[in-house]
Write a protein that binds this ligand. Structure first.
Ligand code: GLA
Length: 387
């Protein structure tokens, strides 16, 4: 839904009076550096142009009314009870942010909120982090005179996932969404949160987002399982080297140590983390040199590692990536985000895009019985008030 429509819907639902303000929070894709944000690695995500709109009005009492144009569920709670409730579904992300901000000593107050998402749900483009930052920025602008530092809001988003929702995620999604900048990708060192904006100049190529339309199943439990496996690997390697995170190791340091990890799956997770981190550094270097072909190859290598070593891809993601790589003009493809379904990205020659979509659409359907969707988005701005 577009901005003006969201405002209209808000008035229909809550009435016209008062000062209604509008916010937008993007979705994100990660170009490379997957499942290493929580291993102290480098990631290279960017914000998308589409995301989540939110219209909001301050209330005089302590009530929080939440509604969405995407779901029927309406939630009415009081600031005194923002506890997690299964039946509140998507609303928990909003409640969680408000609760964590309140507990953190920030000002919060009653609000009527209508959100409207343009990110396909469960597509791996971070609709949840988009909603989290949307609400966090609303609370900052409405009640805290915009004084809260942006990185602080990003951390509040991650804390909400970790402590309130129960997903042990890293910081990448909230960072990409909260700190996003038009036309810039973000090279983020997750160990230090040092970051720089980078031109992701793909020259004659474009980034195509391919939605497998396979909803991520079992995502949360598998995600937490992978994190635990990485922690297990780290604990073992700490006996041999003074490190705080897997990605502190270079490939040369890791190789002679890796056989100390006896469980194959745990060793594989660590191997993915260490090599993926090196791939990110290499990807930045070749992108700066304008070597798109090598950049594409690194993306594909990342996918293969996520498939074989990290085991987070699954049939649908593997099928769409394999089909993409068969099409002339596609120089690299990989899953993006947590995996287990959701979206993949492909780097495709601009002039071949129509043909690319058509061929993959057909071949992917033949293999999986699912219809793929394709999105072309420029790099968008981070979460902000729409004036
Ligand atoms: C999810 C998490 C992120 C990151 C990715 C995988 O999107 O929220 O923190 O770990 O998976 O790279």
């Amino acid at each position: 839904m577009e901005a003006l429509q969201v405002m209209e819907e808000f008035k229909k639902l809550y009435g016209e009076e008062g000062n209604i303000r509008l916010f937008h929070s993007p979705g994100r894709v990660n170009l490379i550096g997957e499942h290493i944000d929580y291993n102290g690695g480098y990631v290279f995500p960017c914000a998308l142009e589409f995301g989540t709109y939110g219209a909001v009005r301050v209330r005089k009492d302590d009530k929080i009314n939440l509604a969405s144009t995407n779901f029927d569920l309406k939630i009415n709670v009081d600031l005194k009870d923002l506890s997690f409730k299964e039946e509140h579904d998507w609303g928990n992300y909003a409640k969680g942010i408000i609760k964590i901000m309140k507990e953190g000593g920030f000002k919060v107050g009653g609000m009527d909120i209508l959100v409207s998402g343009n990110i396909p749900n469960a597509s791996g483009l971070s609709s949840s982090a988009s909603l989290e930052l949307l609400i966090a920025v609303m609370v900052n602008n409405l009640f805290n005179e915009e004084r809260i530092d942006r990185v602080e809001l990003v951390k509040i988003g991650q804390k909400t996932e970790n402590q309130y929702v129960g997903v042990n995620c890293g910081i990448m999604d909230q960072f990409a969404i909260g700190m996003g900048k038009k036309d810039k990708a973000i090279l983020l060192d997750c160990a230090t949160l040092n970051y720089e904006y980078a031109d992701a100049d793909l020259k004659d190529y474009a980034l195509v987002i391919m939605n497998t339309n396979k909803r991520r199943a079992l995502n949360e439990s598998k995600y937490n399982e992978r994190r635990a496996e990485c922690d297990e690997a780290l604990d073992i390697l700490k006996n041999y080297k003074n490190i705080n995170a897997l990605c502190e190791l270079t490939v040369e340091e890791f190789e002679p140590l890796k056989n100390n990890i006896k469980k194959e799956n745990v060793r594989n997770r660590a191997e993915h983390a260490v090599y993926e981190n090196e791939r990110v550094k290499e990807a930045i270097k070749v992108l700066n040199e304008g070597d798109l072909i090598t950049f594409g190859k690194l993306l594909t290598a990342s996918h293969n590692s996520l498939k074989d070593l990290y085991e987070v891809t699954g049939e649908a993601l593997d099928a769409i990536v394999e089909e993409a790589l068969k099409v002339k003009g596609c120089i690299g493809a990989r899953m993006t985000g947590a995996g287990f379904g959701g979206c993949a990205i492909a780097v495709v020659e601009k002039e071949s895009i129509d043909n690319f979509k058509e061929i993959i659409g057909e071949n992917y359907f033949k293999r999986t019985g699912l219809h793929a969707d394709f999105y072309l988005s420029n790099i968008g701005e981070g979460t902000c008030e729409v004036k």
